[in-house]
Design a protein around this ligand. Structure first.
Ligand code: DC
Length: 218
């Protein structure tokens, strides 16, 4: 029996989540958006503090105690999508003990899904390099930063008319730098992954490209 593991990595707002979701539908494989794990951790951490103490210093002992009984439940909350949590997720994603624990959770998920569903799709920053180094297919999704910022702006503006394009752009720039320059499992375009630039493509076209590649190489 064939078991398929697919790794999707890429920059923030590149369209990697959309591709992951569409591939999941098309191939009938479960999908885990691993960014949500980092976002949920950020969310629980921030909620556990008094607002005044969200400053520059991260309290490792609080984070560790949250991680002690951390799991894959409750990743659906819309609140996790806020940039506040995305940005904070990027900061705590630098910490070794955070990545170590979240890796264990991700590997458990993968083993479970391989048994139950014959495979799975994970998307994030270090999937092809760290979590699924032996994935059957690895994709790296990217687009120019202005394109990504425009997409994010459009998304967020529909619910919040007070956001500013320049702040979105700045946030994405910071996040790119953070995610690509951290020592532990940075976002990199590895030699064995397929680069898809989504600048001039719609979600269906991105999906078709990925499927074409998968079918050709299966
Ligand atoms: O994909 P996202 O924007 O939801 O991810 C939020 C942040 O979480 C991202 O900027 C860095 C961190 N992250 C990570 O370090 N490793 C992953 N596999 C996924 C996300």
């Amino acid at each position: 029996e064939y078991r398929m593991k697919i790794a999707i990595d890429g920059t923030a707002a590149s369209g990697k989540g959309t591709l992951s979701e569409n591939l999941s539908q098309e191939l009938k494989l479960p999908r885990l958006d691993t960014g949500l794990l980092y976002r949920k951790l950020a969310f629980v951490y921030i909620k556990s503090l008094k607002l005044t103490s969200i400053k520059n210093i991260i309290d490792n002992s609080i984070l560790k105690s949250i991680l002690n009984d951390f799991d894959l439940n409750d990743l659906e909350s819309e609140a996790l999508k806020l940039d506040l949590y995305g940005n904070f997720a990027s900061r705590i994603g630098k910490l070794d003990f955070v990545r170590k624990k979240l890796k264990i959770i991700q590997i458990e998920y993968v083993e479970n899904m391989i048994k139950k569903k014959g495979g799975c799709i994970l998307d994030g920053r270090d999937i092809g390099t760290e979590i699924l180094p032996n994935a059957d297919f690895k994709f790296y999704i990217d687009a120019p930063i202005k394109t990504r910022a425009k997409r994010r702006f459009k998304q967020l503006y529909s619910t919040n008319k007070s956001i500013e394009f320049k702040n979105i752009l700045l946030d994405l720039k910071k996040r790119d730098i953070n995610d690509k320059s951290r020592k532990n499992s940075p976002l990199i375009l590895s030699k064995d992954s397929i680069l898809i630039d989504t600048e001039l493509l719609n979600p269906q076209q991105v999906l078709r490209k990925a499927l074409y590649y998968i079918k050709k190489n299966k």
